[in-house]
Each structure stands twice: as C-alpha cells, then as structure tokens.
Design a protein around this ligand. Structure first.
Ligand code: NAG
Ligand code: NAG
Ligand code: NAG
Ligand code: NAG
Ligand code: NAG
Length: 310
C-alpha cells in the first residue's frame, strides 16, 4: 500500500496541473463480500445451539448438528520448517481450528467432498467406508488472494502455524475436515450470488475471531504462569487461571504421559451463526490428558523457532 501511494504522489508532482479526471483514492479492485444471507434468521427463535427445544428449521442460522463448538489451540516449541521461515509467534499460543462437535461429543468430518481442499486427508477413509481423495488443485492461499484478503493471510501466517508441514495445507485441512460439517458455512447459506470459496474466507475470518477471544498466553502470564524449562505447574493451577477469565474449564491436552502441555480446547454453545453469533463458554466434555499428580511442563520454545509478530 505504501508503495502504491508513493507512486501516485510521484505522478502528481510530475504533472503540474491536477486534472479533474484524477480520482482520489486511486481505484482499487473491489473486494468481494464474504458473508452468508442470514435475512431469514431474524425470524428464528433465539436459542443456543444444542439447547433448542424445537427443531431448528433453517440450519444456516445455528450450527446443527455440530452445535458443540470448540476453539482449539496449540502450544509448540518448534515448527520443523524453520529453514523455510515458518516460525512460531512470540508470546502466543497458535490456532488449531474451530470444530463442530455434535451435542453428545461425537463428530462428523469431511462432510462435503465437493469442497475437499486437503492435500493430505486424515483420515483417508471415513468410518462409513467413503474414501477422501487427496486434493491436488491450487492452494487455499490463492482463494484468499482472489478475495484480496492479504490482511487475513498475514494474520493466518503469524498465528495459524503448522508443525512438520506448510501452513496452507493445515488451513485447507481444517476447512475441509471441519467447516464442511458446520451448517452455517453450507454453500446454500450464501444464496444464489455465491462466489466460489467465499465460504472458505468466511470460515477463516470466523476462526480468527474465535481465537482472539482466548489469549491463552496472556491469561496464563497474567497470573505468573509463564513458559519455563526450570519449573513445572499443576493441572489445577492452569485450569483455575483459564477458568477465572472464561467462566469454564477448557480441555488441556498433554503429551509424554501427561507431563508436557500441548493443547487447549475451549467449548461453547453458540447463539446465532458460528460466524457472527454469541459464544457461551462451557466446561470441557473431555477429561484432561494432563497428569493430576505430576508437574506439567509448559516449555519455553526454542529461541530460533520464534519471531516477534506484534
Ligand atoms: C436473502 O434472503 C432473503 C430471504 O430469506 C431474500 O428475500 C433476499 O433477497 C436475499 N438477499 C440476497 C442479497 O440474496
Ligand atoms: C434441535 O434442532 C435440530 C435440527 O433441527 C433437531 O434435529 C433437534 O431435534 C432439535 N432438538 C429438539 C430438542 O427439538
Ligand atoms: C510413559 O510411561 C511409560 C511407563 O513409565 C514409559 O515406558 C513410556 O516411555 C512413557 N512414554 C513417554 C512418551 O514418555
Ligand atoms: C473423567 O474422569 C472422571 C473422574 O476420574 C470419571 O468419573 C469420568 O468417567 C471421566 N469421563 C470421561 C468422559 O472419561
Ligand atoms: C525448552 O525445552 C524444550 C523441550 O525440551 C526445548 O525444545 C526448547 O528448545 C527449550 N527452550 C529453551 C529456551 O531452552
């Protein structure tokens, strides 16, 4: 943007007279809109997902059946692709995704194979025997660029970081595995003027919005729980700190027999759409895999794996 302004200014100074036909600001390609048509939703009964007492008639208005919505994050100490510049954000957890669990905790995956953009599906065959073909088309980065959402792409590169493979393959995986099972991102919700991939952009915006509600690093640091390779924390300390700011106990995931902190999942019911609605926090429906008796390591990342992003 700065270089574009500089170029226009140099054109201005080179011509002594500003002609009436010169428009300001200079015309830029229009940015396509990326929201569903929720007009019909204003007449739907107000209810949190999984708490409706009558059938939700229009599934664009409330995520169903995936009404138990999880905002999930990772704590990592390296990416494995440091040499390619894929680094972790300093002083922040990273995005995993936004998942539609069914109200009973089970879940669906890869629900619309016409929107299969995942180059490395996991699983490769669904429980019902349907294969999930590997995607070989253009990267989801090209989808984001087609909508001129360089701001979104920049944020995703900073905070939605993969381990052992490139970031865009992870973003594609999350969309095709999970968003295709979230009814408020169904193609039909975008109406007859649907522009291909606007649901993808809309989902990525929703993921970022949900992630920003949970600054896990800051919530822990604010009570003195900082990454350390010298001291451990108890599960209760970690849970209490997060509960004090969210009103619910999230799921904490640990590796190495419950001794190394790796993940957090925040649970919700959502009033309205997943894109714009209100998220109500709920206690985790899954027991923590972190030890209740041993100390838990919240490791400092490898210094060369981290960059300042703020
Ligand atoms: C949105 O949907 C409503 C019906 O629910 C329809 O009347 C309206 O024309 C739609 N708007 C657009 C822009 O498609
Ligand atoms: C809530 O809405 C869903 C989707 O319409 C429906 O399947 C479910 O039965 C509803 N729950 C109740 C208690 O009516
Ligand atoms: C977990 O504990 C078992 C038994 O002490 C040990 O054999 C195993 O190596 C441990 N696994 C990890 C990943 O630390
Ligand atoms: C979680 O742990 C509690 C206490 O150990 C146990 O009673 C309960 O069955 C566990 N729940 C799940 C879903 O495993
Ligand atoms: C802290 O320990 C982890 C796990 O062993 C390691 O990957 C990381 O590089 C260490 N960080 C620092 C700053 O020593």
């Amino acid at each position: 943007m700065a270089s574009k302004v500089a170029r226009v200014l140099s054109v201005l100074s080179a011509t002594s007279v500003v002609t009436a036909t010169l428009t300001w600001p200079p015309s830029l390609p229009s940015v396509p809109e990326t929201y569903p048509n929720l007009t019909a939703c204003v007449n739907e009964p107000l209810t949190y997902s999984c708490e409706n007492t009558t059938a939700i008639a229009n599934t664009c208005c409330s995520p169903t059946p995936g009404g138990l919505v999880l905002q999930t994050q990772f704590w990592s100490t390296y990416t494995g692709l440091e040499a390619q510049g894929q680094l972790l954000p300093k002083n922040s957890w990273t995005i995993h995704g936004l998942w539609p669990d069914n109200c009973d905790g089970s879940y669906e995956q890869y629900c619309d194979l016409s929107r299969q953009y995942d180059p490395d599906p996991s699983p490769k065959v669904l429980p019902n025997g349907t294969p999930v073909p590997a995607y070989t088309g253009p990267s989801v980065v090209t989808f984001i660029e087609a909508f001129h959402r360089y701001d979104l792409l920049d944020y995703m590169n900073k905070y939605w970081v993969n381990q052992g493979a490139s970031n865009p393959t992870f973003w594609a995986h999350e969309f095709s595995k999970h968003a295709t099972c979230t009814s408020t991102f169904d193609v039909a919700c975008y109406g007859p003027d649907y522009i291909e991939h606007e649901d993808v952009i809309n989902f990525y915006d929703a993921v970022v919005r949900a992630f920003k509600m949970y600054p896990t690093y800051d919530m822990l640091a604010a009570v003195g729980i900082r990454p350390s390779n010298k001291t451990t924390y108890s599960l209760a300390q970690l849970q209490t700190a997060l509960r004090s700011q969210t009103g619910a106990t999230p799921y904490l995931g640990c590796g190495y027999n419950g001794t190394v902190l790796q993940e957090v999942w925040y649970f919700h019911h959502v009033l309205g759409s997943e894109q714009y609605g209100h998220y109500k926090t709920l206690d985790s429906t899954t027991n923590s895999t972190c030890s209740t008796t041993k100390g838990i390591w919240y490791y400092e990342p490898t210094p060369s794996s981290v960059r300042e992003v703020r």
